[in-house]
Ligand binder design. Sequence first.
Ligand SMILES: [Cu+2]
Length: 282
Amino acid sequence: MGDIFKVFNMMAWFPENVSTFGAELDNLFGVIYYLSVVIFFLTFGIMGYFLIKYRHKEGRKGYNYHGNNIVELTWTILPTILFAGLGLYTDSAWAETKYSHKVPVADVEILVLGKQFGWYAMYPGADGKFGRNAYTDRSARHLMSTTNPFGIDSTDEAGMDDFVTENQFKIPVNSNVVVRGSSIDVLHSFFLPHMRVKQDVIPGLWMKIWFNAFKTGNYELACAELCGGGHYSMRAEYEILSKSGYDKWLDQKNSDVKQLRMMSAGTTEPAPIVEESHPASH
Ligand SMILES: [Cu+2]
């Protein structure tokens, strides 16, 4: 009996949680899930009971039924109370995780772009500040291209140390990470299952997404929006590093960029892609 319960208990299907607000969201999911289970068995139980009770019987006559105001009011008001109640009950968690004015001050800010079929992430480089690009200046949007996905303006000095990673990114543990997410082509959805984060990204908009991880390790970024023929392969990996490990990685990337810039001095190359991976698709 316990094993059967385990198979049907969807709460056990969740991947490990590594997000500071993950437990709260899982609890809300549990409340809604178990409410749905109770209502499912209640309604289908009653339906089955009536199917049998009023089944065909020789000589029994049907009769016309013109409705019952009390019953109709009941099945209108009860779900209204239930859904309004759930809305109010979950509002504080929604506000904490999704309201853009409640997003905490960023310890790390990165830009993420979805494309058919993969992900780019951009870091502000050694100066800790993004140069002119499609995010910092809407009018730079026309600079976006397949070789310069973020539309970096190569005449802006502040953007010279910005760098891009492909199909992977890294973040520090115990830090407020603010992601500005957008898309180059169609709707994608930025989905970090272990972080309990899912947000559509839309061409022309930069969605504000935040999270804070309490555990280091390697995890998966998936696209949760059916975005075309290669949707199944649209995934990336991200690593949550210790703070010192993250700083070390960042220093390494910054010096890589410096070297790449020196080698291509005088040219107007867009931000270099300094690290990429091609996660095996399953
Ligand atoms: Cu996608």
